[in-house]
Ligand binder design. Structure first.
Ligand code: ARG
Length: 229
């Protein structure tokens, strides 16, 4: 039967923040993506269904959603950081990322210095925001609640550029040829699936599922499905 000792209510609840394709986004009535497929592997190992809760990124990355038991896990293309590790526990890394710059096609912004005196879009609570606060000296940071709002602000010219993770920006550019990724900043980020502090049983289960999936080809299959290579 289902291994319900590790989850709170006979299902595996996942907190995430939409949209963040190809990691998580709505497709019709369903929520789909790379992270969704990975957590489904964990759910099926526990013989339960995954239920996804869409909630602001701030409460995810601060640990609040996990520590108040809103969800069993958080999977949101979320970077493992030392600050976050104080308030939640991460699985082993499952994906690598770096910050990148999105502009309208043909714009001359290739470094953060080029954005001096310009408006730069950042996503609230993210590592991109922190990076821009430190490095985009002289730029005016304009905060957006989610990735969808950030990319459309770039596309419509409300801001000169936007900073976010490379994977999501390259995914956006594929369908929006009037935009371009003009820089990557090699921040060396790694995504982890988070559990509430001290939930070692579930964290270990996730690590085991990730390790098995990397060995037996399921991880590669999911990777190809969402990144096409
Ligand atoms: N990787 C970045 C971070 O951890 C951005 C994650 C945003 N994810 C999301 N689902 N909105 O800060």
């Amino acid at each position: 039967g289902p291994d319900i000792s590790l989850v709170k209510s006979g299902k595996l609840t996942t907190c995430t923040h939409l949209p963040y394709p190809p990691f998580q986004s709505r497709q019709g009535k369903k929520i789909v993506g790379f992270d969704v497929d990975l957590v489904d592997l964990v759910a099926s190992e526990l013989k339960v269904k995954q239920e996804i809760v869409d909630t602001p990124f701030e409460g995810i990355q601060s640990g609040e959603d996990l520590n108040t038991s809103t969800c069993d896990v958080a999977a949101a293309g979320m970077t493992i950081t030392a600050v976050r590790e104080k308030n939640l526990d991460f699985s082993r890394p499952y994906f690598e990322a770096t910050q990148a710059l999105l502009t309208r096609k043909g714009k001359p912004y290739r470094t953060l210095a080029d954005l001096k005196g310009k408006r730069l879009a950042v996503q609230q609570g993210t590592t991109g925001e922190t990076y821009a606060q430190k490095r985009a000296v002289g730029a005016t940071l304009v905060q957006f609640e989610d990735l969808g709002l950030l990319v459309s602000a770039v596309k419509t010219g409300q801001v000169a550029a936007g900073i976010n993770d490379n994977g999501v920006l390259y995914d956006f550019v594929k369908d929006n040829p009037d935009t371009d990724v003009t820089a990557e900043f090699s921040t060396g980020e790694k995504y982890g699936i988070a559990v509430r502090t001290g939930n070692d049983a579930l964290r270990k289960k996730i690590n085991q599922v990730l390790a098995d999936a990397k060995k037996d080809g399921r991880y590669d299959r999911i990777y190809r499905k969402w990144f096409g290579t």
